[in-house]
Design a binder for this molecule. Structure first.
Ligand code: HEM
Length: 283
C-alpha cells in the first residue's frame, strides 16, 4: 500500500465517521425536539393574537411559539416587514423571506433562542401551521368556513335602527344651499345615535367666508357662535337639532351679537340633508 492509498483510506474513514456523527446528532436532536415540545407551555391562537405589536411580538412558526420582541429592532429589514406577522401564525413569512426563499440556518439557530411555547388548539392539541392559518383567516372572515359572521336578528342593532327608521351610526355630510350657492356644509358622525365630531366644511353668507375669518374681523363673533352650536350638539341625540329654531338656546351672546343674528334653521337643514342622504362612510 503506497502512501497515497493510506492517506485516501484514512480520509474516507474520517468522512464516514463524521457522517455517522452527524446522523446520530440529527436523530438525537429530532428525538429531543419531540420530547421538548411536550414540555413547552401551550399557547392558543387567541393568546398569540394578544402579542401583535412592537411592545410584545409573538410568532408561531412550524408549530412553535417565539417571543421575538427583543429581536425586532435587530432584524435586517424595515420593522414593518417583521412586525406585520406579530401575533400570527408566521410560518408562511418565515419560509418565504422572499418568495420561495426560506431563512438561513443561522437565522434558524437565532430563532430557537426566543422559543417560549408550542401552538395548540382550544382542546390543547398541537396545531399545524396550515390549520392555524386557516383558523386565523376564518376568524377574520367570520367563522371557520369563511362565511361572514352574521348577527342574530335579536342582536343586530343596525337592523333595529333601520327597521324603526332611525339614522344608522356612521359618518355624515350635508349642505344648506340657497339660490345655487352653498352656505353651510356640515360633517358629523353618529355613535349610538348621538352626534360626535361635528365640524363645518364650509360656512359662508354672501361674500363672507366665516371659516377664513381672523379675530379682528367684524363678524368673527358670529363665527364663534356657530362653533359653539356644534360644541353643544356634541354628544346629544339627533333630536337636539330642533333647539336651533331658537339658536340662543345653544349660543351665547358674544360682543353684541345675539342668538337672533344666527340662522339656526340653516344648520338644522344641513344636518337633515346629511341624514336624508344617509351614511356617507362607515366608521
Ligand atoms: C416571519 C416573519 C419574517 C419575515 C417576513 C422576514 C423577512 C426577512 C427578510 C425580507 C429578510 C432580508 C432579505 C434576505 O435576507 O434575503 C430577512 C432576513 C433575516 N431575517 Fe427575517 N423575517 C421574519 C422573521 C424573522 C425572525 C423571527 C428572525 C429571527 C429571530 C429573523 C431573522 C433574520 C435573519 C438572521 C436574516 C438575515 C438573512 C438570513 O439569515 O436568512 N427573521 N428576513
Amino acid at each position: 500500500m503506497n502512501i497515497n492509498k493510506i492517506a485516501y483510506s484514512t480520509f474516507i474513514a474520517f468522512v464516514a465517521s463524521l457522517a455517522t456523527l452527524v446522523s446520530i446528532q440529527a436523530l438525537s436532536s429530532s428525538d429531543r425536539d419531540a420530547a421538548d415540545d411536550d414540555a413547552l407551555d401551550s399557547v392558543t391562537l387567541d393568546e398569540l393574537a394578544e402579542h401583535d405589536g412592537a411592545e410584545s411580538c409573538w410568532k408561531a412558526i412550524h408549530g412553535r411559539v417565539y417571543d421575538i420582541t427583543d429581536y425586532v429592532p435587530d432584524h435586517p429589514t424595515d420593522e414593518e416587514v417583521i412586525l406585520e406577522w406579530c401575533g400570527r401564525e408566521s410560518t408562511e413569512g418565515w419560509d418565504n423571506k422572499r418568495p420561495g426563499v426560506p431563512h438561513s440556518a443561522r437565522a434558524e439557530a437565532m430563532l430557537e433562542e426566543y422559543l417560549i411555547g408550542r401552538l395548540v388548539d382550544d382542546d390543547g392539541e398541537p396545531l399545524e401551521p396550515e390549520a392555524a392559518a386557516r383558523a386565523e383567516e376564518g376568524d377574520e372572515a367570520g367563522d371557520a368556513d369563511g362565511e361572514p359572521a352574521r348577527l342574530s336578528p335579536a342582536e343586530d342593532e343596525r337592523l333595529h335602527r333601520a327597521l324603526l327608521g332611525l339614522p344608522l351610526d356612521g359618518h355624515y355630510r350635508g349642505v344648506f344651499i340657497d339660490r345655487g350657492v352653498i352656505q353651510v356644509n356640515i360633517t358629523f358622525d353618529l355613535e349610538d345615535g348621538r352626534f360626535t365630531r361635528l365640524d363645518y366644511r364650509h360656512l359662508a353668507y354672501r361674500d363672507d367666508d366665516y371659516l377664513a375669518m381672523e379675530e379682528d374681523d367684524e363678524l368673527y363673533p358670529v363665527m364663534r357662535q356657530h362653533r359653539q352650536i356644534l360644541e353643544r350638539l356634541e354628544g346629544q341625540p339627533v333630536t337636539a337639532i330642533f333647539a336651533l329654531y331658537e339658536p340662543e338656546r345653544l349660543a351665547d351672546d358674544i360682543d353684541g351679537y345675539s342668538g337672533a343674528t344666527l340662522r339656526g334653521a340653516k344648520i338644522i337643514s344641513s344636518i337633515r340633508d346629511a341624514l336624508n342622504r344617509g351614511v356617507y362612510s362607515w366608521p
